[in-house]
Design a protein around this ligand. Sequence first.
Ligand code: FA5
Ligand code: MG
Length: 443
Amino acid sequence: MIMSVMKIRFSRRLNFNKLFLNFSTNVKSVNSSESGHYIQICNEKYKTDQFNNLSTSILQKINVKLLKNENHPLTILKSLIEDHFEKNFKNQYMAVDNLLNPVVTAKQNFDDLFIHKNHPGRAPTDTYYINENQLLRTHTSAHQREVLSSKLSDGYLISADVYRRDEIDVSHYPVFHQMEGIKLFSKSNLTEESKIQNSVTKFNIKEEKKGGPIQTCHDLNECDLVVNNLKKSLEGLIKELFKNEDENLQIRWIEAFFPFTSPSWEMEVLFRGKWLELCGCGVIQQEILNKTGNGDKVGWAFGLGLERIAMVLFNIPDIRLFWSQDERFLSQFKKGQITQFQSFSKYPSCYKDISFWLGKNKSDTNVNVHDNEIFDVVRDAAGDLAEDVKLIDEFTHPKTGRKSKCYRINYCSLNRTFTNAEVDEIQNKVKDIMLKRFDIELR
Ligand code: FA5
Ligand code: MG
């Protein structure tokens, strides 16, 4: 069993045993009647079954652990946020580092958060499964219960890598990083504990909306106090992070829905003319607190996307760059500093199309392949040489009813020019894997 480890920061002591105990009960062993295939993740062996859809490129990413490098822009941002909370709310937030096991159960990632059984996020086209019960966490909220059950603190900042089968482009990558913030208050002392300095004066805060229903177990005043603390905490953080931006930075709160918070919002900032979604947040469902031994508390949670903010603050134009091992990238960043990324020369793109019929025979009209499955094949064959992949054409043959699809792959290296022959070789690899994996006929 891989240990989940909490980092001790702000000189706070933790009771490790409590967390380990709780964590180990969360990871169930898998039905061993299936045929015996195993994969290894972070030194731990997991039994796979027919649900396994992990690709090689994803497996390789799990061990990289970008947040361990203190001079990496994501880690610099993470530390800035932690320091901000420590400076403004002394000893109230415990930083839980990214060493929590990325493998969680479907129960932790979905059921415990009341995400219903047919939510699209559960589909194997969206989530990386190891087997029916175990998967790569798709958000840091998957750790809410284990962290809350530890009762080590009334506030947490949990940072970790999260995994989603997703499209390929400059702002989407199948692995990214989130920071989960959690804050609890004693019901009996809520007015006092939730007081917060109203220091945000320079921002335009737009479109303040209701955020959905107040939970029946909360009264209006209770909910307002929690929400006020949540919004002021996040606004204060954004003010700190964007302090070098212009005076009129605009923030807006958009009503949102998360099954594990109510009311809920998404916070957006207007950055250089575009609204950018930075996080989801809301008042924690009381049942989660009741079930983790915190029934005497009320609280809020947020989930921030670290890449989204880092791309803006460090002026990083392409999400693949966060994974770059190129010294010309890495050497530009230093712990504690926000510096503007100076791009090194952009190498030319090379576009290659791939067209195929779904189904090997003319009579196969029911075959389908999900876009995300195609993207995974490209990631496996091309790695980060593929900048984006787009479905550019799709039609159904008028006579046979068989479907055809065409994807365009944009090959572009971040650090070198490559030859046509090299691209052709990768393209052939993509085709080979697709033919092996899917019921298709190349056109
Ligand atoms: C969540 O993941 C919720 N767990 C957030 C939450 C936590 C809500 C606690 C309430 C309480 P969402 O899927 O919207 O929500 O992702 C949260 C943030 O992660 C987004 O606002 C965005 O900043 C970032 N994010 C989401 N998808 C991507 C992606 N593909 N690439 C980069 N960042 C992303
Ligand atoms: Mg969202």
